[in-house]
Design a protein around this ligand. Structure first.
Ligand SMILES: [Zn+2]
Length: 372
């Protein structure tokens, strides 16, 4: 019993001391949290708690911390928060993001402002388009297009276009497709060369019979056989471009089409001293973009309306059966001197020329076929 009392007394004095310390700590904590102090905002004294954050205080007392808005000329908001932000100084220094206030701190607050966007103007190019008009196997440039111009007035900050006026309208490139005249004239065309020995064999047959023809050559073949190309041109045959790599131009972008056209033209000119005026897109694939690029080179574009299918002919008779029923006034006959074994094409050619003339057809150049 007495032991218990002694322990109890001992516990009481210790615990009292502990409670006392805790009480004092709590008091000082509560005191510090609830301690009020004066600060000054725009010359007005405000009492705040000692640990207050500057931005919280400003916000609590109705000072907006968000920027003003960006307005258009009619006062309509074009960009919320796009105006001037408020300017806040604490004791003459710009207020930092998180700042705890101290007694007698001085805040100077200038509210954010709406800003009216300044206007600027610019002239914007309007690109021109290409129109292919008419139908037919031959097309030529009627007019090369010209871009238009538009003036735009826009908000300098917002970028918003407020006013737009066309200064000049774009004029499209016009490419006209024509049908051949229904006179008894035909043109012979040979694609995908030069290729030995077929090109030379074909040339010899044509020369002997005084038959004109156009050769749509590939740049990659010209690189391999420049002397055959030079001889073909020297013999008076028309050389046209058929691109460098026999590519599907209709699947390409402007730059790639342009490269095909530019390089193939250079290769022809370097080896013949002639600037080609005729172009045939591989596979006859012609779209607006291909037509536009060809127009830049002033090319006349020739497709065909009679396909000999010589490229898949197992024998000369197949070509003959294919060709003869198709022959008509104004025929552009497609044959090949390159791209594979063309001995069947060579074999059929004398017979074809004879047939045409016996039936009253005149073999003419592409230019003549179109009365040019
Ligand atoms: Zn071809």
């Amino acid at each position: 019993m007495s032991d218990f009392n002694i322990n109890k007394d001992r516990w009481d004095s210790r615990s009292l001391l502990l409670i006392g310390i805790i009480y004092l700590l709590a008091q000082s904590f509560i005191y510090s949290r609830t301690l009020k102090m004066p600060i000054i905002i725009n010359n007005k004294t405000i009492i705040v708690s000692s640990s207050a954050q500057a931005r919280t205080v400003l916000s609590a007392h109705g000072y907006r911390l968000t920027p003003g808005d960006l307005l258009d000329s009619h006062g309509k908001i074009v960009l919320k928060g796009g105006g001037r932000p408020p300017m806040i100084y604490l004791n003459n220094q710009p207020l930092q993001a998180a700042t705890t206030l101290k007694r007698d701190d001085k805040i100077r607050y200038l509210p954010g402002k709406n800003i009216k966007d300044k206007f600027a103007s610019r002239v914007v190019a309007i690109p021109f388009r290409t129109k292919i008009i008419g139908r037919g196997d031959y097309s030529s440039l009627r007019r090369f297009g010209a871009g238009g111009k538009r003036e735009e007035v826009f908000g300098e900050k917002s970028g918003k276009i407020i006013f737009s006026k066309i200064i000049s309208y774009p004029e499209p490139t016009i490419i006209k497709r024509l049908k051949t005249a229904p006179t008894k004239k035909v043109a012979l065309t040979f694609d995908d060369g030069p290729e030995p020995p077929y090109t030379e064999q074909i040339i010899n047959i044509l020369k002997e019979r005084r038959a004109p023809a156009t050769f749509f050559v590939l740049g990659r073949q010209v690189r391999k056989y420049p002397e055959i190309l030079a001889a073909t041109a020297a013999d008076g045959f028309v050389i046209g471009s058929h691109t460098v790599d026999h590519a599907r131009l209709d699947l390409m972008d402007t730059h790639s089409i342009d490269l095909e056209l530019d390089i193939s033209r250079q290769l022809i000119t370097q080896n013949t001293k002639i600037v080609p005026t005729w172009f045939r897109p591989p596979y006859g694939e012609l779209n607006d973009l291909v037509a536009t690029e060809a127009a830049k080179y002033n090319y006349k574009i020739a497709l065909w309306n009679v396909d000999s299918l010589d490229w898949k002919a197992p024998d000369p008779e197949f070509i003959w059966q294919q060709l003869v029923p198709e022959i008509k006034p104004g025929a552009i006959i497609l044959m090949h001197d390159g791209g594979g074994d063309r001995h069947n094409t060579v074999a059929i050619l004398p017979r074809l020329i004879s047939y045409l003339r016996e039936n009253g057809y005149e073999i003419v150049s592409l230019d003549e076929l179109y009365g040019k």
